[in-house]
Structures are given as structure tokens and as C-alpha cells.
Ligand binder design. Structure first.
Ligand code: HEM
Length: 520
């Protein structure tokens, strides 16, 4: 072996010292990025930049970005810069800038910056993560699966799951047992989404140990290593991630989802099965290239063509509907009931609306009845303000951009984070932000606030495609419960709630327990 100093130990020390010195120089240079562009920034440190709290599990991503928002806002700034490790991130604070990025100048910020590799990790090729024209084309095709007509079509399947929810709540009321509402509602939305997206009755309300419930939980529960891996995709260029065959989907989750979708698709194609769900619409896209009102999924004689979607693309969309659709709505209902269980005036006001509307509809939970409930909208909107399930949004600059009204030039590839939690808790827009007050969303109060200060579903062309579905299932669950039961917070619930510091979704660390009493 060739030794420079004549000693292996000295040579190794020299290599390590040189590598470390190189790394420090790289960091120091990277940390001048925002200064060189004349943007105020928060002082970073090696190695985490401004994200040390994330790695010591002191707060979650949303809380971290809200803290950045608050610091810039306190200094009276419209925007600012931070560093995650050595990588610069741009944080807009002024709603006018946010509006430009998300809507007016969206063509500069089409991508989210998530890593996608459909070859080695087919489930990563879903609508949430796809980029550029691939995203645009898929979004255009999938929009037809979320129209109000399609929601009406699926309504019955959704409302059926409310019967199991009622049964379980009734049992708790009779036996006077505390109800772990966070868990029960996660099982309720798991049943709805598995039925509507996979076309499979998961029955997890009746049986909590189903595979659907297990893998549904698994999607969001990350070990420290898995959390770190989530960040890695933003830290390294795609070429390096390609070289190491990096996967964002957990292998066990991918196996479960893939096998189930393939089996169900094969069965439906073989038997030309019609079911009122997303899978039917996706199968029409796959086999016929468009969504029609026909009940068949394959033309006579054809077996499983791939016209507008491949089987892998179809599976990836089923996966994202499941992942994006069940936890977001179940936490929305959970936090609503948490708040209403402590404020019986608000609870009674909502119940009054529910019951007077249901009375007009034969006491049945129908699509039209749900659509009539306006105070219900205010209540859910306030929950989504106080506890936005997805409380930070990211965009990647895809073509260079001059931020209007400032001297800042944003380079292609720059990561942007919209700090939703910060905006929703800003007392300039929401006085006493920790107070739960659905009146903030009366028509008059809503119109008095600047736009782009309430964005639980995001905004612009990349706004949540499942908004209608999410609102509908949340309203069905709340209607089923509040029309028949009074809820009170059990003393088993630890308050103030401690938020989960490892989750991407806003959720609390412990259970939320309610006492339920059946109304006469
Ligand atoms: C209360 C319920 C829900 C909330 C709060 C919510 C929130 C969000 C947010 C904040 C985004 C990002 C938007 C942006 O970047 O501007 C998003 C995107 C998305 N959501 Fe939802 N969501 C909910 C329910 C659902 C449901 C039920 C589904 C599917 C069945 C769904 C599917 C998606 C998909 C596929 C995207 C990616 C859209 C794209 O990039 O084109 N979501 N959602």
C-alpha cells in the first residue's frame, strides 16, 4: 500500500481531518447563500442548519416551520431564509407572496420536490409526488374521479360505514365505557377509504386487528431512521438517490398495497365487476382511457388493457388515496369532538342544525342533507384552522423567479415551504388563536381576512384533489355521532394535548377519550 507519511495511522488521520475540513468549508460557503442574495435569514449551525430541533424530536416539521414564520413575522419581514442541513429553504410570510407562488405564478413552482422513482419504487409515482408534465397529465385524468357527481355515487358506501360507528358508540354508551375516539375514527375512515379506494370491506370498526388498520398506522408511524430517510430525499440530488436505488415507500407497506390492488383488479377484470368506488373509475381509465357512466370495466373480450393508466400507476393512486384520505379526515373529526366535548354550547348549536336538517330528510343521512349543514362547515373549518392535518406545504422552484415587490431572485431548484400552521395561528388574522371559535368562519368574518391565510387543503392548481371527499366523510362521521350522542371529555384524556413530534400529520401523542351518552 502507498503511504504518504510512512504510517497508516497518520495517513488515516490526515484523510479524516481533510474530509472534515472540506465539509466545514462546504457548510460555511453554503451558509452564505441567503446573504449573497440579500435575504434575511436565521443563523444556522453545523451540521443541522436551522433544523436541530427536528433531530432531537423537540418538535415536528409543522411546528418547526411555524417557529421560522413567527421569527420572521416578529422582525416585520415579508419572507426569510433558513437552512435544512446545508440546503437553503425559502420561507414566504406575506400572504400576497404566498398567493403568487401557489396560484398566480404557479408555473414556476409546479413541483413539490419529493423523490420519485417509478422503476424501483412504483408506488412513489402517485399524484402527490409526481412532477412536471407527468403530474399535470395525471391530475387532469384524476380530476374526473372527484367531481360532486362521483361523490354522490360513493355516498352510500360511505354512509354505510357510519352504521358500524353508531353500533360501537352505542355499546360504549350502554356500558358507560370511555371511547378512544382517535382510534375509533381512524378505523371509521379506514373502512370508508378501503371500501372506496380498494373496493374491499376492511371491517376494522368491527375488528380492530385487520391488516388495513395495521398498514394504515404503519404508513404514518416512523422510526427515527425512517424519519431521517424522509429528509434524505431533500438533501441529495436525484442522481445520487437513483444510484443507491432509494425508496420512499416502506417495503412491507408496498408489498401489502400492491398485492391487494393486483388481486382485486384481476378479479374485477375477469368478472367485469361493477362497484361504486374509485377503483371502478381508475379501472375505466386504465382499460378504456376515459371515465364513463358505463358499469363495465372492460370491453367484451378485452382483458386488462393499459390505455391511460398502467397497473403500477393505478396502484400508486390507490395507495395515495388511502394514505392521504384516511388520517387527515379522522384527525379532523377527532379534534372537532375534542373541542366540542369541552364546549357544550357549541356542541348543542351544531346538534340543533344537524337534527333540524335531518328532520327535513326523513331522519336519514343523505348527500343533500349533509350539503345543507352550513354551521357544520364553520365548525370543521375552525378545526382545520386550529389543527391543519397537513400543516406545512412544500414547492420547488422549477423556473427562475423574481419575487414581485422585492429584490429577491429565486433560483431553479430552490425549496420553498409554506408555513400553514404559522399562518393559521397568526393573531393578526386570528385574534386569540388558541381559542376555538367557529364564528371566525361566518360569511362576514371570512370575507374580512386576506386570502391565503387559511389553507388546510393547500391552494392553486395543486390544491387537495380529495377536498370534497374529505369534507364529506368528516361530516358523515360527525353527523352520525352528534345526532344521537352527547360527548364529554373523559378525565382519562391528558390535557393540554401533547402533539406527536415524529409525525408529518398533525396528531396528538396520546389517545383522546370521550364519555358518550345517548340522547332521548
Ligand atoms: C380533511 C381532509 C384532507 C385534508 C385536510 C387534506 C389536505 C391536503 C393538502 C394540504 C394537500 C396539499 C395541497 C397543496 O400542496 O396545495 C393535499 C393534497 C392531496 N390530497 Fe388531500 N386532504 C384531505 C383529504 C384527502 C382525501 C380524502 C384524499 C383522497 C381520497 C386526498 C388526496 C390528496 C391528493 C392525491 C393530493 C395531491 C394533489 C396534487 O398534488 O395534485 N386528500 N391534501
Amino acid at each position: 500500500m502507498f503511504l504518504v507519511s510512512g504510517s497508516l495511522t497518520y495517513d488515516l488521520v490526515a484523510v479524516v481531518v481533510t474530509a472534515l475540513a472540506g465539509l466545514v468549508i462546504y457548510y460555511k460557503w453554503s451558509f452564505t447563500y441567503w446573504k449573497r442574495r440579500g435575504l434575511e435569514y436565521l443563523e444556522p449551525s453545523i451540521p443541522f442548519g436551522n433544523s436541530a430541533k427536528l433531530f432531537t424530536a423537540k418538535c415536528n416539521f409543522a411546528e418547526q416551520f411555524a417557529q421560522f414564520y413567527n421569527e420572521f413575522k416578529r422582525k416585520g419581514l415579508k419572507h426569510g431564509g433558513v437552512f435544512m442541513f446545508a440546503r437553503p429553504f425559502y420561507i414566504p410570510v406575506d400572504p400576497a407572496i404566498i398567493k403568487n407562488i401557489m396560484q398566480k405564478d404557479f408555473s414556476h413552482f409546479v413541483d413539490r420536490g419529493f423523490y420519485v422513482n417509478e422503476e424501483v419504487d412504483p408506488l412513489s409515482g402517485h399524484l402527490f409526488s409526481l412532477e412536471g408534465d407527468k403530474w399535470k397529465n395525471l391530475r387532469a385524468k384524476l380530476t374526473a374521479t372527484f367531481t360532486s357527481g362521483k361523490m354522490k355515487m360513493m355516498f352510500e358506501t360511505m354512509a354505510n360505514c357510519a352504521k358500524d360507528l353508531d353500533d360501537l358508540t352505542n355499546q360504549a354508551a350502554i356500558s358507560r365505557e370511555d371511547l378512544d375516539i382517535k382510534e375509533i375514527l381512524a378505523r371509521f375512515t379506514t373502512d370508508i377509504i378501503s371500501s372506496c379506494a380498494f373496493g374491499v370491506d376492511s371491517n376494522s370498526l368491527k375488528n380492530p386487528d385487520t391488516q388495513f388498520r395495521y398498514y394504515g398506522t404503519r404508513i404514518f408511524q416512523n422510526s427515527a431512521w425512517e424519519n431521517f430517510k424522509n429528509l434524505v430525499q431533500f438533501m441529495f440530488p436525484p442522481k445520487i438517490l437513483d444510484a443507491v436505488k432509494f425508496k420512499t415507500t416502506k417495503p412491507d407497506v408496498a408489498d401489502f398495497m400492491f398485492n391487494l390492488v393486483k388481486k382485486t383488479v384481476a378479479y374485477r377484470e375477469k368478472n367485469n365487476v361493477y362497484r361504486k368506488d374509485f377503483l371502478h373509475l381508475l379501472l375505466q381509465l386504465k382499460n378504456k382511457g376515459k371515465i364513463t357512466d358505463e358499469e363495465s370495466v372492460v370491453a367484451n373480450g378485452d382483458k386488462g388493457k393499459e390505455i391511460a393508466l398502467t397497473i403500477n400507476e393505478l396502484a400508486a393512486q390507490v395507495f395515495v388515496f388511502f394514505a392521504a384520505g384516511y388520517e387527515t379526515s379522522s384527525t379532523t373529526m377527532t379534534f372537532t369532538l375534542f373541542e366540542l366535548s369541552q364546549d357544550h354550547n357549541l356542541q348543542d348549536k351544531l346538534r340543533q342544525e344537524i337534527n333540524s336538517v335531518l328532520a327535513k330528510h326523513n331522519n336519514q343521512i343523505t348527500y343533500d342533507a349533509i350539503m345543507e349543514m352550513t354551521y357544520m362547515d364553520q365548525v370543521i373549518n375552525e378545526t382545520l384552522r386550529k389543527y391543519p392535518p397537513l400543516a406545512f406545504l412544500n414547492r420547488k422552484c422549477t423556473t427562475p423567479y423574481d419575487v414581485p415587490g422585492t429584490n429577491l431572485h429565486i433560483e431553479k431548484g430552490t425549496m420553498v415551504v409554506i408555513p400553514i400552521l404559522g399562518l393559521h395561528h397568526d393573531d393578526e388574522y386570528y385574534p386569540e388563536p388558541s381559542k376555538y371559535d367557529p364564528d371566525r368562519f361566518s360569511a362576514e368574518n371570512k370575507n374580512s381576512r386576506p386570502s391565503f391565510t387559511w389553507m388546510p387543503f393547500g391552494e392553486g392548481p395543486r390544491i387537495c384533489i380529495g377536498l370534497r371527499f374529505g369534507m364529506l366523510q368528516s361530516k358523515i362521521g360527525l353527523t352520525a355521532l352528534l345526532s344521537k350522542y352527547r360527548v364529554t371529555l373523559s378525565n382519562k384524556t391528558k390535557t393540554p394535548l401533547a402533539m406527536d413530534t415524529k409525525s408529518f400529520i398533525t396528531t396528538c401523542d396520546t389517545g383522546i377519550w370521550l364519555n358518550v351518552a345517548k340522547l332521548d
